[in-house]
Write a protein that binds this ligand. Structure first.
Ligand code: CP
Ligand code: NVA
Length: 309
């Protein structure tokens, strides 16, 4: 497990199936420790810098509470307050923070900014969401699927909606863990074809598959896991009306549950827009595990910090 020390956590594509299994095992173990009330100060005396240039509830709280439970300290660095927001470069920020903290979690718009931060930093960089990827969320999602389904390989995961950061990371995580991932998105909002090609290669090597379709019914048919996300992500507020029209029919609702496997589970990274990408009935219904999923952000994020820091 010490092999992970110092590594960045930027994309699930960067890790092998065995490595991802290790992150998941540690996440389950840390959850058990926490539930049993056993202290686990693995990162005593360590500090995590947390840069946010976008809003967050789950990511901020899971990392900040997580590092505290691991015996360390989190430092919330809002993009509005630190000099980065006034034009100090990523390269300088990376080198300064590397002299003071032991790891950085960053949530921002441009994925390249995270890659640049990792290039200049000498400490591990954790991707807390970019416009392209959301790997921390998908680690928690895989953990949640394991808890409810007892396995990952061979399950069918249907994602209905925007081919966004969530779709991309689900493709990568699903492909590596041997799931059959089917993504249904409208024209113009499909996942990035270059990332799809990469994920399809990963899938081939790991016994999974990744397929992009138009029809949501085709995706959800016999699916074990149903997943959706907002139609307009952070930073796309100005496109909300246009997107609202484009995504009509790309919703997880009672009809989707009828087509899916009878014991399917429903996931959503949250925050949700009820009545748009998912109905209130479904997100509040018996198949929904969205709050287990949200809780697992804490355990999964602790596993990442424990291993890379
Ligand atoms: N799912 C997720 O990342 O939530 P936040 O935006 O609240 O962090
Ligand atoms: N796709 C959403 C995910 C939020 C957790 C966004 O980027 O806003």
């Amino acid at each position: 497990r010490s092999q992970f020390k110092g590594r960045d956590f930027i994309s699930l594509h960067d890790f092998s199936q065995d490595e991802l299994k290790c992150f998941l095992d540690v996440a389950h173990e840390l959850k058990e420790e926490q539930k049993a009330g056993r202290p686990h100060p693995i990162l005593q005396g360590k500090t995590l810098g947390m840069i946010f240039t976008k809003s967050s509830t789950r990511t901020r709280v899971s990392f900040e509470v997580g590092i505290y439970q691991l015996g360390g300290q989190g430092l919330f660095l809002s993009g509005r307050d630190i000099q980065l927001g006034r034009g100090e470069t990523i390269a300088d920020t990376a080198r300064v923070l590397s002299r003071m903290v032991d790891g950085i979690m960053i949530r921002t718009f441009s994925h390249q900014e995270v890659l640049d931060l990792a290039h200049y930093a000498t400490i591990p960089i954790i991707n807390g969401l970019t416009d392209m990827l959301h790997p921390c969320q998908v680690l928690a999602d895989l953990m949640t699927i394991q808890e409810h389904k007892g396995r990952l390989a061979g399950l069918k995961l249907a994602y209905v909606g925007d081919g966004n950061n969530m779709a991309h990371s689900l493709m990568f995580g699903g492909a590596k863990m041997g799931l059959q991932v089917v993504i249904a998105s409208p024209k113009g909002y499909k996942p990035d074809p270059d990332l799809v090609a990469l994920a399809q290669e990963d899938a081939k090597e790991n016994g999974g598959s990744v397929e992009i379709v138009d029809d949501p019914s085709e995706a959800v048919k016999d699916a074990d896991v149903l997943y959706t996300d907002v139609w307009a992500s952070m930073g796309q507020e100005a496109e909300a009306n246009e997107r609202m029209k484009a995504f009509q029919g790309y919703q997880i609702n009672d009809e989707s549950l009828k087509l899916a496997h009878p014991s399917s589970i429903v996931l959503h990274c949250l925050p949700a827009h009820r009545g748009e990408e998912i109905t209130d009935d479904v997100i509040e219904g018996a198949h929904s595990v969205v709050f287990d999923e949200a809780e697992n952000r804490l355990h999964a994020q602790k596993a990442i910090m424990a291993l890379v820091m």
